[in-house]
Design a protein. Sequence first.
Lengths: 384, 196
Amino acid sequence: MSEIKTFEIDFGKVHSERMRLNVGPQHPSTHGVLRLEVELEGEIVTEVVPHIGYLHRCFEKHAENMTYPQVIPYIDRMDYIAAMNNELPYVMGMEKLLDIKVNERIEYIRVICAELNRIANHQLAVATFGLDSGAFTPFLFLFRDREMIITLFERLSGGRLLYNYFWIGGLMHEVPPNFEEDCRAIIKQVRATNAETMNLLIYNKIFIERTANVGILPADVAVNFACSGPVIRGSGVPYDIRKTEPYSIYDRFDFNVCVGRGEVGTVGDCWDRNIVRMEEMEESCKIIEQALEQMPKEPCDVREFVPKRIKPPKGEFYSKAENPKGELGFYIISDGGLKPTRVRSRATSFVNLSVLPEISKGYMVADLIMILGSLDIVLGEIDR
Amino acid sequence: MKYFKDIWTSLYTIFVGLKITGFHLFEKKVTMQYPDLVHPIKDNLIPLNSRNRIEVDMNRCDGCGSCARACPVNCIEVDLVKVTPGDDIPLFYDGKPRKTWVTKYNLDFAKCCFCSLCIEACPTQANRMTQEFEYAEYDRNNLLYMMSPLTPEEAEVKKKMWADYSAAKKKADAEAKAAAEAKAAAEAKANEADKQ
């Protein structure tokens, strides 16, 4: 038997130092391959540095070697949750440059597809946000409904997530015959599940305790960081491009811009950003219902205005649209040839992520995950 | 007071959630035990225009290469050679004799991005997207589909045949041209001699 050792511990000189911790890049809570370099004081976050670039696919360089229609499959792969919304600003801008006027029905189909995809995106955002906070059941219900939308899109375009459906000057296919009934069935199901999710997740006391008064983003900071989408609307700024600068045919619909009101906490906390997404799903349902009523019923030739050779005149343009995650814009420079000289995209998630180091200081590590989840980022769009 | 109220709301909202999930126990199942029970194709759950494996009908393909130019990821390689006159001429899909041999049609499915731009570009509707989605392979090289009706050896033979034929034709043409020129020169000389 060895003798019992005794240690002299001086509790008066407890040495404390800040710890640097890596969250990600392979972590389920970072929503992709994002690496967060976190500096911790005990369990309090003092500094966050997001490191990006693990999913970089050279979209902008690739686009310089593509003809204009070939760029669209690459745009799908930017924000792969809402590919229809991604295609919309590019296609609208190209039509403006080529001076093509598509007919009414195509515009309505585009709006319906974009709004359906917005619902699908918000369902996934709310579902994964619940998953981050430890609620697994709403995730299953919301994914079940998202499957309906994806199945409809598969019947429209053939792809489940990456559609290549909006073409410059038209659409890929005409909609299937029972499109309208399917849309109405989806709206009905979305509303039913939203009502359930409100009780199951949003007004759950545990969820409120996790998210209210966490990650407060004041309105002036949100404006200074050029945030957009539910992130800025959660801070109480009613900025929605569909309302402020209506594109396509959005000026014909009656819908509200949802803003955070600080119902259970402070304006601009994680709970507000989440409730804005829940309310926007309802607004999207309203837009789809109005569009289905106003839409011309006669099927038309959706490829009537699709040019054989797309050769836009010399020029440059910026076109933007309201993505589910915020403002998505494309700046395209044409030198009059078959290929664009430069395609620059203003990626929404990239700009929204930049506010994370600002708002996550002083919270716990577990709150950092909630703040990141409430920003609803997609790494495919950040790295492009 | 707030302490007890918080405990009450926590318990209450938990039971509200449990009630909702409890009712879902008795609903119809939406999940499918995919490989064992229901095959999606049998149930017509795969739409007709869904974009899966590409099928190329080589009877229709004339090797124009429109699909290769339309592809954003360059996964198609097409090469062709003209049919030598006198060779056994294969028939095209519409019964007309073929003008070209497609010596190479390589479709690399490891690269394909399923955008279906090649389908839209084809002037003869040779390729189409099928509903077939189970084509996983253990070896990546098996995903390179070589669709050409000719084996590489046969392709070499056809290429050599056309090269020999065109060389011979070129030579014959050159000879004929030289002969015609010589004849014309001789005639011109004779004409000049006649004039004098």
